[in-house]
Design a protein around this ligand. Structure first.
Ligand SMILES: C[S@@+](CC[C@H](N)C(=O)[O-])C[C@H]1O[C@@H](n2cnc3c(N)ncnc32)[C@H](O)[C@@H]1O
Length: 257
């Protein structure tokens, strides 16, 4: 199956829908807002003056938000529509940036460059069939001593919505709308893979990343799953039999010298 082409077609369509959504609030971003969440701002820490590679950057809002905090940013994404939009936004805002349209694995194989920080977030890993190859790409793109950071949806949640928690070789292929409020009408074909946290951690360790922090959160900063309850402002919870489901995990690591 040509999963890359299937997902590229769907992400190109999603990118168009997302730019017009309230969920992404491009207008607020152009007005000076940041699309970053408290979790990653607090946990990743100071980025000013650092080179930062954003893997699977979508149409660049988070990448450009890091640029606004002083990072020298490069964003990579499979979707040409997303990358073209990111370039336009960057130009419009006069923010220094580089955006590259490439499959993540191809980027790792073909592009040179070592960064101080490699960042990726919220809905990235499920599009990748091979978590070891992903971790090797992360390590290759980092300077020795550089920082890796991920904030990702917790795969434990998948069990409640009918997906596998553990990795399966074959992708889950489904037709679905997208997660923004304007994105239910058009069904798109998506190929995804589950990656349990142990696989992610072990792949990073094997690739030469020393894990210095692993956190789990009982809330998501995004209201993107059915039945979420906003108990505190900007914190959306889901519970099962009275107990909170883990919704986000984060990992911070350093590439061994
Ligand atoms: C859910 S989005 C990332 C979300 C991001 N946190 C945001 O909201 O801006 C996932 C991104 O992964 C990209 N993607 C999917 N498969 C990819 C691949 N093989 N290589 C690079 N990017 C890929 C998609 O094009 C999409 O922009």
């Amino acid at each position: 199956m040509d999963y890359l082409n299937i997902n590229k077609i769907s992400w190109d369509k999603r990118a168009k829908i997302h730019v017009d959504s309230e969920f992404y609030d491009v207008e607020g971003f152009l007005g000076g807002g940041s699309s970053l969440q408290d979790i990653e701002i607090r946990e990743l820490g100071e980025v000013s003056g650092k080179t930062l590679l954003h893997l699977q950057c979508h149409f660049g809002l988070d990448t450009l938000s890091w640029a606004r905090l002083g990072a020298d940013v490069t964003g990579v994404d499979l979707s040409s529509v997303a990358i073209d939009t990111a370039k336009l936004l960057s130009l419009q805002l006069g923010l220094e940036s580089r955006f590259i349209c490439a499959d993540l694995y191809r980027f790792g194989d073909e592009f040179d460059g070592e960064y101080d920080v490699v960042f990726t977030s919220y809905g990235a890993l499920c599009w990748l069939p091979d978590i070891h190859r992903w971790a090797a790409t992360v390590a290759r793109c980092l300077k020795p001593g550089g920082t890796f950071y991920i904030a990702e949806f917790h795969p434990f949640y998948d069990i409640f919505f009918g997906y596998s928690y553990f990795h399966l070789t074959d992708p889950d292929v489904e037709e679905a709308g997208t997660y923004t409020e304007n994105g239910q009408a058009e069904k798109l074909t998506l190929a995804t893979w589950a990656h349990p946290i142990s696989d992610v951690v072990n792949a990073l360790i094997e690739a030469g990343i020393e894990i210095i922090q692993l956190n789990e959160y009982p809330y998501s900063p995004y209201n993107c799953f059915d039945g979420m309850e906003e108990r505190d402002r900007g914190r959306f919870y889901l519970s099962h039999k009275g107990y909170d489901i883990p919704l986000i995990y984060t990992i911070k690591g350093v590439k061994r010298e």
